[in-house]
Design a protein around this ligand. Structure first.
Ligand code: TYM
Length: 497
């Protein structure tokens, strides 16, 4: 029997003060309960919803939660007894069920935060609405023209095609460039798995382009602490992953003389930590509760963590690079899920005498199954990983990439495919650089001249080449090279007063 609304409300109360079914650590009881839900619990049951999304993020690792494997679970909250039998396990893996979940969920708003990305409609996230909700600005033609004028280059296709769609204070950064002054770039990665997926590359590809065209220093934060606090992973493991993931990041091609990468676990101290403390003292629990949805059951590491992601935005956190200067402006490229951290940062910065960081936000590289969720490392079949072989890429695209094509060749030839929902076409927008060819494909596919198989074949070829080249570059990134990028040191740039 599925869980009733009354039971869900009782569970919601339970998760107000407990992180997990059995208190503050995951156990098999979480796995049993999770398996009873056909879809994500409604958002109005905030605590239950948070618990569900968190347990969901473990993927197949749920079967490894500690505790005896049991057949039933009885939970009593507020005099309501929730009884769960294991043989009720509800399958929810196929695309049909995902669709069903989305229908049942009936979200009124897209959810976009650092831990959840879920569109309220199967057309994907409404990015225009997000700009209004978050209060950022659209990357418009006027901004693109300024980019072109100041760099003397055609803006990167991520900018031209609206893949990076939103910004905060980008004009302030371009004003500096115009005046011949420098800024610095800051971005990051939360290392939670051996392998990054192609979606993770998006901000790094953009960052490399920005570093190249503006010739500026770059800071990359590896938040191994964040992943330890949020996931059921050992601290040493997260720390090792920071160094492994750094190899993938270095393989994107950042200039070593202008790039500093650090692991929070190994680096934090000194001026950086002083800035963390200043942020912590000026942001209340109530504020982070409002921004991040923390509550009384969140571990206290999570509650203070946003201060750690905030302070790389301040140049005085890195005296060996910026000589103690407090006022060198920062530009952060990231996907829009990270914006809550930087709304908090921008709010607190002036109170500490720091500049607000500027941002440019990207849309999400979608899951293979469709644009209503982002590609996520915790669902293997939703993602193309940087470690995938040519054959795996081919199989995943052919099997899982949601198609906007019609059911039969005849119908497709007659009515054409729908590029708006076709995941393979969306991926081509990210990775096919040739505007002319992309437009040709769009026209041929929409008119029915090109079939889904042909579209997929074109994508497979591009992904196979791109990932093989990445793997080749990564092979040459030795532990010694990683050490050099991660050594606190002066970087090669000059500041004009
Ligand atoms: P993480 O490891 O979740 O993601 C790393 C970067 O990739 C972006 N991203 C995506 N971009 C496009 N499509 C996707 N499907 C997709 N999934 C993830 C994220 O927005 C991020 O830019 N807390 C951060 C690490 C961090 C950070 C930062 C990120 C620390 N400081 C400064 C950006 C800027 C995290 O866990 O990212």
């Amino acid at each position: 029997m599925p869980i009733t609304r009354e039971e869900e409300e009782a569970l919601n109360d339970h998760f107000l003060i407990n992180s997990y079914v059995e208190g503050f650590a995951t156990s098999q009881a979480d796995t049993i309960l999770f398996d009873q839900f056909r879809s994500t619990p409604n958002q109005d049951l905030h605590n239950l919803h948070r618990w569900y999304k968190h347990i969901d993020s473990f993927g197949s690792d749920r079967s490894k939660f500690p505790g005896p494997k049991r057949n039933s679970l009885i939970l009593s909250v507020n005099k309501i007894k929730v009884t769960v039998m294991m043989n009720n396990k509800i399958e929810k893996d196929g695309p049909k069920q995902v669709e069903q979940q989305q229908l049942e969920q009936q979200l009124t708003e897209d959810i976009v935060d650092p831990w959840n990305v879920q569109a309220s409609s199967n057309k994907g996230i409404d990015y225009d609405k997000l700009i209004d909700r978050f209060g950022s600005s659209r990357i418009d033609d006027a901004l693109l023209e300024r980019f072109e004028k100041l760099t003397g280059q055609n803006p990167h296709h991520f900018l031209r095609r609206g893949i990076f769609f939103s910004h905060r204070d980008m004009h302030r950064i371009l004003n500096l460039v115009e005046a011949g002054k420098k800024f610095f770039l800051y971005t990051g990665r939360g290392p939670s798995s051996d392998s990054m997926h192609v979606g993770h590359l998006i901000p790094f590809i953009m960052t490399k382009w920005l570093q190249d065209v503006f010739d500026v220093p770059l800071i990359i934060q590896m938040t191994d602490d964040e992943k330890y606090l949020w996931k059921d992973l050992k601290l040493e493991h997260c720390n090792n992953l920071a160094y492994e993931n750094a190899k993938d990041i270095i393989a994107v091609g950042f200039d070593m003389s202008k790039t500093f990468i650090f692991s929070d676990v190994d680096f934090i101290g000194g001026e950086f930590y002083k800035n963390v403390l200043k942020v912590q003292k000026h942001v209340t629990f109530n504020q982070v509760k409002g921004i991040f949805g923390f509550d009384e059951s969140s571990n206290i590491g999570k509650i203070m963590f946003p201060a750690i992601q905030a302070v790389p935005s301040f140049s005085s956190s890195f005296p060996f690079i910026f000589g103690g200067k407090k006022d060198i402006p920062c530009l952060i490229p990231c996907a829009i899920d990270q914006d809550p951290y930087f709304r908090m940062t921008r709010d607190v910065a002036p109170r500490l005498g720091f500049q607000k960081p500027a941002l440019i936000h990207s849309t999400f590289f979608p899951a293979l199954q469709g644009a209503s969720s982002k590609m996520s490392a915790s669902d293997e079949n939703s993602s193309i990983f940087l470690t995938d072989t040519a054959n795996q890429i081919k199989k995943k695209v052919n099997k899982y990439a949601f198609s906007g094509g019609k059911d039969t060749v005849e119908e497709h030839r007659e009515k054409g495919g729908d590029c708006e929902v076709d995941v393979s076409f969306m991926y081509l927008r990210f990775f096919m650089e040739d505007d002319g060819r992309l437009e040709e494909i769009r026209q041929q596919y929409s008119s029915g001249q090109m079939l889904t198989g042909e579209l997929k074949a074109e994508l497979i070829q591009i992904l196979q080449k791109m990932i093989a080249e990445h793997q080749e570059r990564r092979k040459s990134v030795t532990d010694e090279i990683v050490k050099q990028y991660m050594m606190p040191r002066a970087l090669n740039f000059t500041i004009k007063k």
